[in-house]
Design a protein around this ligand. Sequence first.
Ligand code: FAD
Length: 381
Amino acid sequence: MVKTAEVVIIGGGIAGAAVAYNLAKLGLRDVVLVEKDFLAAGSTGRCGGGMRQQWSTRTNILLAKHSIEAFRNFKEEFGQDIHFREGGYLLVAYTDAMVSEFRTNIALQNSLGVNTRLITPDEVKKISPILDTRNLLAASFGPTDGVANPFLAVKGYADRARDMGVRIFTRTEVTGFKTNGSRVKAVATTAGEISTRWVVCAAGAWSGLIGKMLGIDIPVVPYRHQIMVTEPLEVVHPCMVIDLYHNIYFSQAEVGSFISGQTDKDEPPSFNTRNNSKFLVEISRKLVYHAPVLRNVRVIRQWAGLYEVTPDAQPIIGRVPKFENFLLATGFSGHGFMLAPAVGLLIAEDIIYGKPRLLPIDEMSIGRFKKGEITREKNVV
Ligand code: FAD
């Protein structure tokens, strides 16, 4: 283990990997990333890989827009195919209130250069003929939303970061910190102590525990989120469907399997990542409600991971008031894969230039919770 580094990044998921790569790309190469397990062992390796720009807040839309552009160009920049596919996202509306909300969101998305539109149930049926649209009032459609492989994306970031000099230590857990007034001086790990000028917390659902080590309240709470995978079928369904009303999303993968997921709204927060059968029963019913043709399809896999949820379901990005050299890239509330390219760049810019340049992210600061200045992201499933 090294004894010093300009920057120590905690967490080897998509956020930590993206920060590491962007720091090195902007010229800061004395960077160490420590991961308690293996790369993508946390939420990233369990995620669905979906990405969309159909959000209700300005900053989320812009973060996603930039990030999807980065994923689209990933192969060119990194030489790594991440199986990026632009099949679009359909957000389905079952009430007048949802239709009206979608209209407002679409106006905001369009004003920020995102090509989304409200479509009729007939148009939904044309996009995916297997969908039962009888109870549907409308849908918000984003043709440039899509999906990519999270393992390959982490690999792409980590490989290029290593090529530029970043050192990555897996099976290395952060256990504490040394501080001096308003600065974090050193990071204690299971492999030794690293003196450093900057620390980035990209510890996902575990970020609250990192905060405790420093006496900072980082309001990130872990919730179990489960996914079900069916046997492969002929590919007929091109897009991701998000149903906020019934609490389900589903898509069909390149290999033909249907993948669907949900968080159990009645379940309290925990670090539990075991599967359960209640989820299987509920999600199967919902999937068949949307696509009756799937009634007799076999289930082949199921897994669970953690959503890292904040009080307003928006990420926490940037510096903390208590320590001037400690930054957060966390709290993505179940949509961190799709935002990571932008977040990685913003954190790197903050460290190198003293300020993020890509876009203003004041509303993502941790200070918003104390000030009570929060706007809840509504499009979360
Ligand atoms: P993580 O990937 O969790 O990485 C944090 C890392 O920190 C972990 O590897 C952990 O081991 C490490 N760590 C923690 N504590 C320490 C310590 N003390 N010392 C060293 N290392 C430590 N998002 C999307 O955008 N699209 C989706 O389709 C999507 N689907 C999802 C489906 C499921 C089932 C789940 C669970 C999540 C999904 N998400 C999705 C959310 C997404 O996975 C997360 O928001 C994203 O992966 C967060 O990345 P991260 O790097 O911040 O966290």
